[in-house]
Design a protein around this ligand. Structure first.
Ligand SMILES: C[S@@+](CC[C@H](N)C(=O)[O-])C[C@H]1O[C@@H](n2cnc3c(N)ncnc32)[C@H](O)[C@@H]1O
Ligand SMILES: [Zn+2]
Length: 1016
């Protein structure tokens, strides 16, 4: 028997969650800033899962001695002794619970540990800035992604784990010496190559040193485990596996993702290295512009008698050539974006699409404006004030409030409200006009950089003239948008049917000029290095396409351009900013270069590039049998994101820049659709069932191949809560002859929105660890149920203590339930019917809910409410059913429930009251600790809905200041059972801000004992 891996027994999920939430706001040097891809996973969770999938549990009786020794030596000596010491008292729990100082816990603390300061703050109920939450020695901390000391420890632990798995008799001393030997050979070989002057010239000496470096890297990596991600996407998982020194493989079917992956986890690691150019070489390559760049201090370029020492050759080249292309392009088309008399360049031009009023006697061309604010912050308000003369609509720009103005385009239905004659043109007619290309566009304002943020002015004659310039023979990207995907791509319904139609003429002109200059820039695109530089330049142009469409938005709150794809879709937009790529503000094209450079530089210290294939996964011959050690992945989910359809936006442009470099990847007119592992209806002629079948079959096929090719753990991240999603995932796992052996929820998506905003997300992702399994024998569902109930109950209590709530908590138990079920070939009911995974998960969810409710004190009204909701939802039901339930289930009089307004009666029908119906106009119900628990909870919900912060805080303080108060359990229960609607929105919002609320109460009590001023 081999030892279990850490991921199967323990994981510091609170710590990983904290750093993962922080990860979403990290910008400079972060993988997400290189190029957009959808549904990226946070880096801390990727790094933690890869690491924990590779090292054994040191407390496992089968754990190799050498590994235990490694933990002792690397995590319990010198400074590690202190830094990786387990908590004296686990900070996020309310009891005093010392964590035993053992090797498993030390390994957890190495992955992630809360800093001393954060521990103290947590106990005092205070918050800690995200940056300071984790201890500086934590593996997953952002700042440590290049920390040589920490990475060395991680790599050595993985090395020893892997080697002692293969050679159980090897001692720590032997393995430690081997590791040092192999590992230290790499920097030596690097130094030899990078110190050699002009190593860009392929001399025999250079070739020899390059081969020696490659050999050093290979020899080391041959002794490290291999990790594979079959759904690599933006590349976060392979990036982290490579960072930990593993041989890291990633597949993605999508060519756009493939290029982004290589730009993220292959090229910087391979080519982002130092170089010394002799003076003559440097000058002949870069000329005066290069010397100018070398003199700018922030690049840390040293010039001495040896020549120019460039810390990162790739970053320097990409910057140099991107600037060159841009400068050439500006020379050609810059006049289209004229500066004013003082030389100030506009930031953007504000446009509105227009539609004709349907009143035949009017026919005004009305700008489709849903609002008039250009800037709407608490300190500054600027708006467009309409001036109507007959059917002529002009605007003036005014300061102040414009809430009194009625929009020209109304709400969701998009009906046109003519300001000239007052007629209403119905939304359908407006859409039809747009579809038939009978709508127009109007240039309304110019946005400039001013002293107090942005300045808004009416267009000058010159501005108007420049946007009216027409161009002959513009080369446009080729390709149609999918017509029948109204879920993700709304604009074809409005007549925007080609990808090219998403750009103004001026934008197309700018982008094609860029591409022309791009193709002139490096003549020799044969060399691998030059191809890499060209790839980044293509990514740069691709970034500019997102910022230069007519489907971005102007944010009147932040006064910035919000580029396309702020959602995973392309919604219809009626007014938009046309950016000036040559402006000097943060959204300019020059600034876009910076994001790319910073990313390349931030990954220069890792030597291990990942290896990517642009292929559909599931190919049985891709790897030899059991030749991959571990799989870590994050699969798509049904139709949640239409990767292939959306990515065609980029693909049609990349085809122009990258076909000559990667002809195979860009051979087809569009990205591959059919083999994509998603359930996109319109790929199957609108047949939803066929699409779903395809997704399920594909997922099983891919897991099946994985099972054959992988020798150890398969870890799968999954961010979906519906039972359907889980049923599919678990079916695919079980059908591929694997079983779940560990399951971990993490709050990687937590998004605490301000109070009163509905739909606040409290979302977690769950990672399940799986292994090939021998499924044996038959079992009786009743017995299995018993085991599941026990396991789930223990899990609920544990996760509840860790702060998981609502639907998150219920789904988090699925993994446990499946692990019981998956032991058997078949589980049967008493009647001999096979039990499906769907039934099993339903049962698991109910057991989890039951376990939750067990913590709620036994007052029948609340029990009735929750129990009934769980069984019947909020819909109407028959009197007799309710009557039976009240007598058998909870023992409460039906009349009592009616007079308490928990149950609303209409004729013979009954339904459960919403919070609003229950409390009605009564102002006291639910404000006292002696009231029904459900009334208290409804009161809290209503206070939240009204945005009454003072009342809300008072209620929390009086009723449920502790995180383990039963009111929170009832809220969690409701969160897992209420149907979509206002009540559910409130519950989600409250749960998302629960910690903040409790904390504010504590602070208010501490600071101003007795008064109820919460500083709002
Ligand atoms: C959830 S995303 C992965 C995101 C990634 N973990 C990240 O952090 O960026 C799933 C990916 O699976 C890819 N995919 C879908 N079907 C595939 C297939 N048949 N073979 C390989 N990749 C596929 C999609 O293109 C998408 O990029
Ligand atoms: Zn009109």
């Amino acid at each position: 028997m081999k030892a279990k891996k850490l991921i199967e027994v323990a994981l510091p999920i609170k710590e990983i969650s904290a750093e993962s939430v922080r990860d979403k706001s990290i910008r400079h040097g972060h993988i997400s800033t290189l190029h957009l891809w959808w549904a990226r996973r946070p880096l801390p969770v990727c790094r933690a899962i890869v690491f924990a999938s590779l090292v054994p549990d040191p407390l496992d009786e089968n754990c190799p001695e050498a590994f235990k020794y490694a933990v002792e030596m690397l995590l319990n000596t010198e400074l590690g002794k202190l830094h990786y010491k387990p908590y004296k008292d686990i900070p996020y729990t309310s009891i005093v619970d010392e964590m035993e100082d053992n090797h498993r816990n030390r390994l957890m603390m190495f992955i992630g540990k809360f800093s001393e300061k954060c521990q103290e703050n947590m106990k005092a109920g205070k918050s800690t800035p995200p940056k300071e939450q984790l201890d500086d020695w934590s593996l997953i901390k952002w700042e440590n992604k290049n920390n040589p000391k920490i990475l060395r420890i991680a790599r050595e632990l993985i090395f020893v784990a892997y080697q002692s798995d293969k050679r159980p008799d090897a001692t720590w001393e032997e393995l430690h010496a081997e590791f040092d030997n192999l590992y230290d050979a790499i920097p030596k070989a690097e130094a030899a190559l990078y110190e050699l002057k002009d190593h860009h010239i392929e001399t025999d000496k250079v070739k020899q040193l390059e081969a020696e470096l490659q050999a050093a890297i290979d020899t080391f990596q041959n002794e490290m485990p291999s990790v594979f991600d079959p759904f690599a996407g933006g590349g976060a998982i392979p990036l982290e596996a490579a960072r930990l020194g593993c041989r890291s493989y990633g597949n993605d079917i999508n060519p756009v993702a493939h290029i982004i992956e290589r730009g993220s986890a292959e090229f910087p690691q391979k080519y982002g290295k130092p170089i010394v150019y002799s003076d003559s070489e440097f000058i002949s390559r870069y000329g005066d512009k290069g010397i100018e760049m070398a003199q700018e201090t922030d690049r840390n370029i040293i010039h001495d008698n040896k020549g120019y020492h460039i810390p990162n050759r790739l970053a320097f080249d990409v910057e140099f050539y991107a600037k060159k292309i841009l400068a050439e392009t500006e020379k050609e088309v810059g006049y289209l974006y004229p500066a004013d008399e003082k030389g100030n360049k506009p930031v953007a031009y504000y446009w509105a699409r227009t539609a004709k009023c349907s009143n035949p006697s009017c026919g005004a061309e009305v700008p489709m404006l849903k609002g008039f604010y250009l800037c709407n912050t608490s300190k500054k308000k600027v708006y467009l004030n309409p001036v109507i003369k007959g059917t002529d609509i002009q605007f003036e720009i005014k300061n102040g409030n414009c809430d009194h103005l009625k929009p020209f385009l109304k709400g969701r239905e998009c009906s046109l409200m003519c300001p000239c004659c007052g007629s209403v043109t119905d939304g359908k007619a407006v859409k039809k006009m747009s579809k038939n290309h009978l709508t127009g566009e109007r240039f309304i304002a110019v946005i400039k950089e001013g002293k107090n943020g942005k300045e808004y002015i009416l267009p000058s004659d010159k501005d108007i003239k420049m946007c009216a310039v027409t161009f002959d023979n513009l080369e446009r990207p080729i390709g149609d948008l999918p017509k029948n995907d109204s879920q993700n791509l709304k604009i074809p319904l409005w007549g925007y049917e080609t990808w090219a139609s998403m750009f103004s003429n001026r934008q197309i002109n700018f982008l094609s000029s860029l591409i022309t200059n791009y193709s002139k820039v490096i003549i020799n695109s044969e060399s691998d290095y030059n191809k890499v530089v060209l790839t980044y330049l293509a990514l740069f142009i691709s970034r500019l396409t997102v910022a230069n469409t007519t489907f971005g938005r102007w944010s009147d709150l932040r006064e910035t351009v919000v580029a396309l794809f702020s959602k995973q879709a392309i919604p219809m937009i009626f007014d938009y900013p046309e950016s000036n790529p040559f402006c000097t503000s943060s959204g300019s094209a020059y600034n876009q270069i910076d994001w790319i450079i910073r990313y390349i530089e931030s990954e220069r210290l890792t030597n291990f590039p990942a290896i990517f294939a642009n292929a559909s996964s599931g190919e049985k011959t891709q790897f030899n049998k059991k030749s991959i050690y571990a799989v870590v992945t994050d699969p798509p989910y049904y139709d949640a994101i239409a990767y292939a359809d959306l990515s065609d936006f980029f693909y049609v442009w990349m085809k122009q820049t990258l076909t000559s470099i990667f002809p195979l990847n860009f051979a087809t007119p569009k990205t591959p659709k059919i083999e994509e592992c998603t359930a996109i209806k319109h790929h199957f002629d609108g047949d939803e069932k066929a699409a779903e079948k395809h997704f399920e079959r594909k997922l099983t096929e891919i897991f099946d191949a994985i099972e054959q090719q992988t020798s150890d753990v398969v870890s799968i991240m999954f961010a979906h809560q519906s039972t359907k999603a889980w049923t599919t995932l678990c079916n695919s796992i079980l059908d591929a002859r694997m079983n779940i052996t560990g399951s971990w929820p993490m709050d990687t998506e937590r998004d605490v929105r301000p109070m009163g905003l509905s739909g606040a997300a409290l979302e977690s992702s769950v990672t399940v660890a799986c292994r090939p399994s021998e499924r044996e024998g038959f079992a009786d569902f009743d017995e299995v149920k018993h085991d599941i109930r026990q396991l789930v109950k223990a899990e609920v209590e544990k996760l509840y203590g860790l702060g998981f709530r609502g639907a998150d908590l219920l789904t988090a138990c699925f993994g446990q339930a499946v692990s019981v079920f998956g032991h058997y070939k078949l589980v049967e009911t008493a009647e001999g019917d096979p039990v499906s995974v769907g039934q099993l998960l339903e049962f698991a969810r109910e057991s989890a809910a039951q376990a939750l409710l067990e913590g709620v004190p036994g007052e029948p009204q609340t029990k009735f409410y929750c129990g009934w909701l769980q069984m019947n939802g909020m819909g109407e039901c028959d009197f007799d059913d309710v009557n039976k339930y009240t007598r058998v289930g909870v023992n409460v009089e039906i009349r009592q429930l009616q007079s308490d307004r928990l149950l609303i009666t209409e004729g013979s029908q009954q339904y459960l009251a919403t919070a609003e119906e229950h409390l009605g106009s009564n102002e006291t119900w639910g404000t006292q600790p002696t009231d029904y628990m459900i009334s208290q909870v409804h009161r809290i919900m209503m206070a939240y809905r009204m945005g009454n912060q003072v009342l809300l805080l008072k209620l929390v303080r009086d009723l449920c200041p502790q995180s383990d108060a039963p009111q929170w359990r009832v809220l969690d229960f409701l969160g897992g059972h209420l149907p979509e609607g206002k009540d559910l929105n409130d519950v989600k919002g409250i749960l998302a801000s629960a910690e903040m609320l409790r904390q504010k109460c504590k602070e208010a009590v501490q600071h101003q004992e007795g008064s109820l001023d919460f500083g709002e």
